[in-house]
Ligand binder design. Structure first.
Ligand code: NDP
Ligand code: F7E
Length: 316
């Protein structure tokens, strides 16, 4: 039976309070999945192997979508290398070993990342660039855990016949409650900063780096459409890229966020902050061949996020 034909099966969405996990949970509920299993971080620490084993033995899920991770933006990943490496390795290791051992799991999907690729990879980066060189410095701690996750999916498929797959998304953005902190990814950080500058009447607002870095932004609702498609129709050894294909500079992004927020002051670039890799555009043609087509235009997604931010500010 396919994933979409099996909506009463127990489906564990790990990390359902995070940005992607929330959207995945919402999407599955809307599709009619009626046995979704969730645990908060406080209820189940996925870095604790014994707790994860006990949970899988008790719940016996049939499907697992692993959205839990130690995740953050360019600065956060640079400043906590040990945490990014060990927590992400621990979560992936514990969930995959427990899923294999408990025997109930028919399919498992992990979220890798487009940061797995080397900085000098051909752009748009195809899946075949995987392990063609070391991952870009700065985020390598996080990336090595994601690389290990992809290799674990491949090893478990080869040795145990486990249907374990991996998606590698590029920069994802979308609604989230509570709104992410300043140390998070670029889009929520800029919404916060431009809004604050607007309401305080500040003449200028600071944006990190040079503005020259190129990034590809994909709305979280489009990503979860891809995840559902992968759960339903894909059972390959290779991880698949998920990105909108729309590339822009951080400078262009900052101008768009500024306009959506309605801030009329000046943008000042803080060159002491990291740019990260100069360019990261992935080739998602394999995902598109499966039938995936991103729908949310960046400007519309930004408007939705800013409205949410204003509502949250009003309620606070
Ligand atoms: N956002 C992006 O641009 C991209 C994300 N990804 C990957 O997608 C996945 C989801 O990302 P995203 O939704 O943005 O991340 P978030 O940080 O929004 O969510 C991660 C969730 O995982 C939970 N979590 C963290 N550690 C543990 C733990 N030890 N035990 C249980 N739960 C835990 C967090 O809970 P708490 O907050 O309580 O710690 C949080 O709810 C991650 O694997 C990430 O690496 C890949 C590419 C791009
Ligand atoms: C796929 C991959 O995607 C992400 O990696 P990232 O691209 O490094 O993410 P970011 O959102 O931190 O930065 C993007 C760009 O934006 C610039 N920038 C400007 N001003 C701010 C700012 O205020 N904050 C931040 N964070 N960045 C800023 C910053 O200098 C950089 O050039 C992670 O989610 C990673 O986990 C992941 O998996």
């Amino acid at each position: 039976m396919s994933f979409l034909g099996d909506k009463s099966a127990k489906t564990f969405v790990a990390g359902h309070r995070g940005m992607i996990g929330t959207a995945a949970h919402r999407k599955l509920a809307a599709l009619g999945f009626n046995s979704i299993v969730v645990r908060t971080h406080a209820e189940l620490d996925l870095t604790c192997q014994h707790a994860v084993d006990t949970f899988f033995d008790a719940e016996q899920p049939r499907y697992v979508i692993l959205c839990a991770a130690k995740s953050g933006g360019v600065h956060a990943a640079l400043s906590a290398p040990a945490e990014y490496l060990t927590k992400n390795l621990g979560i992936i290791f514990n969930v995959m070993t427990a899923a294999q051992r408990c025997g109930s799991v028919r399919k498992l999907l992990i979220l890798a990342s487009a940061t797995i690729y080397p900085e000098d990879a051909w752009q748009p980066i195809p899946e075949s660039a995987f392990l063609s060189g070391p991952p870009a410095p700065g985020s390598e701690w996080y990336s090595i855990a994601k690389i290990a996750g992809i290799k674990m999916c491949q090893a478990y498929r080869e040795e145990h016949g486990m249907d374990a797959i991996a998606a590698s998304p590029n920069n994802i953005y979308g609604p989230r409650n509570p709104f992410p902190s300043e140390s998070s990814h670029v889009i929520p950080a800029l919404i916060r900063r431009f809004h604050h500058a607007k309401v305080t009447g500040a003449p200028e607002a600071v944006v990190w780096g040079s503005g020259a870095a190129l990034r590809e932004f994909t709305h979280v609702d489009d990503l979860v459409e891809a995840l559902v498609l992968l759960m339903d129709r894909y059972s390959g050894l290779e991880h698949l890229n998920v990105g909108s294909g729309e590339e822009m500079s951080v400078r262009e992004l900052a101008e768009m966020v500024k306009e959506v927020v309605g801030y009329e002051g000046r943008v000042v670039w803080d060159a002491s902050r990291p740019d990260g890799v100069p360019r990261r555009l992935i080739d998602s043609s394999k995902m598109r061949k499966l039938g995936w087509k991103p729908k949310v235009a960046l400007r519309d997604g930004l408007i939705e996020m800013y409205q949410l931010y204003c509502r949250q500010q009003d309620e606070a």
